[in-house]
Design a binder for this molecule. Structure first.
Ligand SMILES: *Cc1c(COP(=O)(O)O)cnc(C)c1O
Length: 355
């Protein structure tokens, strides 16, 4: 890890605010950004002075490495405001560590903790008026890094740009989600980059997902690339299966991203006395459980939607509908988690961190 000391952040304030143009009651996820962004460049072998400045487009040379070889990584996290207007982050150390894990895998520069955390906190404080109180409301935080070195030689870049942008969001409802179980395409492979939050992982998913969309499915459940028999992730989320009263999810691996929501839900479920079983889950088990009525729920888990219930799945051209649950574990766990995040319930786990 780089040990560069950062000097204080330079802050250039926007002359005007866009906040009055925003309809906070009707936010569409990730489409509105706050007045400022955080930026820190890695150049000449070192991190430069970090700056917070007005949110605006910027120019890059056409030969900039990120356009050609895709060295780009990101994180997704959230901040919340409590009833006393204090700002809270949820397990930010997990996102920080994962960001640098992704950086290492993509042969990019690791970001010093001080730059990441102090940049994040200063930016949230400056744009605090954009964070709304109340259940479901939060500030979606998007730290990302791109290769900014120029020239089309296929080598890792020497230069990088690390940025943080902020997008206010409200409770996210995906509507009915029917999924298609992947029989041919793969999101990740052993030895690949599936465990990194690399931009390219998303690009690789778009085409197979669009094929599923044409068949009437909103998402794809990815299976292992070698045999397509193990259930791995749902779209860009980790995935849980409830069979009778046990919650199953696959162990993290080189092919499965180590989601903060996934590990949090596992801990929450255990503390609620719910039986959890972390092991590879087979497509054949899911089909069997659906046929014999023991399959109660499937849901995705990730920062954006928290929990996203799935209403049915298709495998080998057969559609399996899930029962409508009165006492959904997905919604029970989502409620517990969002109450902790929004500081409406006590955080006995020590997950929330004051800004
Ligand atoms: C970001 C992401 C997740 C969810 O991770 P969280 O930390 O819970 O937001 C799951 N799978 C993939 C592929 C992801 O990129």
């Amino acid at each position: 890890m780089s040990t560069t000391q950062t000097s204080k952040i330079e802050i250039i304030k926007a002359a005007t605010t866009k906040i009055n143009e925003v309809d906070f009651e009707n936010l569409s996820f990730g489409s509105v950004f706050t007045d400022h962004l955080f930026e820190c460049d890695f150049k000449n072998g070192e991190w430069q002075k970090p700056v917070i400045k007005p949110y605006a487009p910027f120019l890059l040379d056409p030969s900039t490495r990120v356009f050609h070889y895709g060295q780009a990584i990101f994180e997704g996290m959230k901040a919340y405001k409590d009833e006393d207007d204090a700002i809270w982050l949820f397990r930010p150390d997990e996102n920080y560590k994962r960001f640098n894990k992704s950086a290492v895998r993509m042969a990019m520069q690791e970001v010093p903790e001080d730059i990441f955390m102090s940049g994040l906190k200063e930016l949230l404080q400056l744009d605090e008026a954009w964070i709304k109180r109340g259940k479901g409301n939060s500030m979606y935080i998007r730290p990302f890094m791109i290769a900014t070195g120029t020239g089309v030689i296929a080598n890792p870049s020497d230069d990088y740009k690390f940025m943080i942008i902020l997008s206010p969001v409200s409770a996210y409802y995906a509507g009915e989600v029917k999924v298609l179980i992947a029989e041919h395409y793969s999101r990740a492979a052993n030895g690949g980059i599936g465990a990194a939050k690399a931009a390219g992982n998303y690009a690789a998913q778009f085409y197979p997902t669009s094929l599923a969309n044409k068949q009437g499915f909103q998402q794809v459940i990815w299976t292992d690339d070698a045999t397509h028999t193990k259930l791995e992730e749902a779209g860009t989320m980790n995935v849980f299966f409830r069979i009778n009263d046990t919650l199953f999810t696959a162990p993290v691996s080189e092919r499965i991203l180590d989601g903060v929501t996934r590990k949090t839900l596992l801990e929450l479920a255990k503390s609620e006395g719910i039986n959890v079983d972390v092991r590879p889950v087979l497509v054949s088990e899911l089909v069997e459980a659906s046929k014999n009525g023991s399959l109660k729920e499937i849901f995705g888990a990730g920062t954006a939607a928290v929990v996203s219930p799935i209403s049915g799945f298709s495998y080998q051209d057969v559609y399996y509908e899930l029962p409508k649950n009165e006492n959904s574990m997905a919604l029970q766990l989502k409620d517990k988690l969002t109450n902790i995040q929004n500081k409406l319930a006590e955080d006995t786990f020590g997950w929330t961190v004051k800004v």
